[in-house]
Design a protein around this ligand. Structure first.
Ligand SMILES: Nc1ncnc2c1ncn2[C@@H]1O[C@H](COP(=O)(O)OP(=O)(O)OP(=O)(O)O)[C@@H](O)[C@H]1O
Length: 222
């Protein structure tokens, strides 16, 4: 479970993003974060991902207080707990699909083990016939699937996605939504920021950042 309690975030000079904001995210849930551009969606994801020290307030993940750890402890904790997917797929252009998926774990584990895991995950996302291709040889949708495989390599319980379909057409967006359904069914908690109503509506809960706090919004059924 993720607990954000009475958090304040602001950037200098005078940009207040969250004010006394609190929210509880249950394990295994799928939360969509919405709000106008600049309302603080990415900042919230960074806060949960251990990348943004709040001015005050508490962030607990599974009862561990994220910002009371040392930076090293937090780094290790987040590496185990959280995977990240971004709008710009952020694959390294000079490395193959397999290498891109393996790279984040190379400093930490035996190469053979990482390779076996990476191949299994790439198979799951349906790209085992592209193992040795470069990102530039893949479609946008395929690149984003590789980015998901990379994020899932450590089997993190939490997946943070910042506008993951923002660079994709409708068909590729639907493809990523299917992948997200699958990831959710496997028990991962998904926290996803988006401007796209269709994508937001696939979450179990929609949270809007409004007036520097969180407001729960109705999902549109149908
Ligand atoms: N490092 C920073 N320093 C100063 N201001 C920042 C910094 N990061 C973000 N901001 C500002 O904080 C506000 C919230 O930014 P954030 O990226 O969290 O919004 P967002 O809702 O994700 O926006 P978008 O939908 O456009 O991606 C914006 O006004 C942004 O300019």
């Amino acid at each position: 479970m993720i607990l954000i309690d009475k958090v304040n975030i602001s950037y200098k000079p005078n940009t207040v993003i969250l004010e006394n904001a609190s929210i509880k995210i249950e394990k295994g849930s799928w939360i969509s974060i919405v709000g106008p551009s600049g309302s603080g969606k990415t900042s919230l994801l960074k806060l949960i991902g251990g990348l943004l020290l709040p001015e005050s307030g508490t962030v607990l993940i599974d009862n561990y207080n994220l910002y009371q750890m040392t930076a090293n402890e937090r780094h290790t904790f987040i590496r185990d707990k959280v995977g990240f997917v971004y709008q710009q797929f952020r694959l390294l252009p000079q490395f193959s699909v397999l290498e891109n998926v393996m790279l984040p774990l190379i400093p930490y584990e035996k190469k053979k083990k990482i390779r076996d895991n990476a191949e299994a995950i790439i198979d799951k996302i349906g790209l085992s016939n592209r193992l040795n291709h470069l990102p530039s040889e893949l479609s946008g949708g395929e690149q984003q699937r590789v980015a998901f495989a990379r994020a899932l390599l450590t089997n993190p319980p939490i997946l943070i996605c910042d506008e993951p379909t923002g660079n994709l057409d409708a068909a590729n967006r639907d493809n990523i939504l299917q992948l997200l359904e699958h990831i959710h069914e496997e028990g991962h908690t998904i926290i996803l920021a988006t401007h796209d109503e269709i994508v937001a509506n696939r979450g179990q809960q929609i949270l809007e950042i409004e007036k520097k706090s969180f407001v729960e919004r109705e999902r549109i059924h149908g």
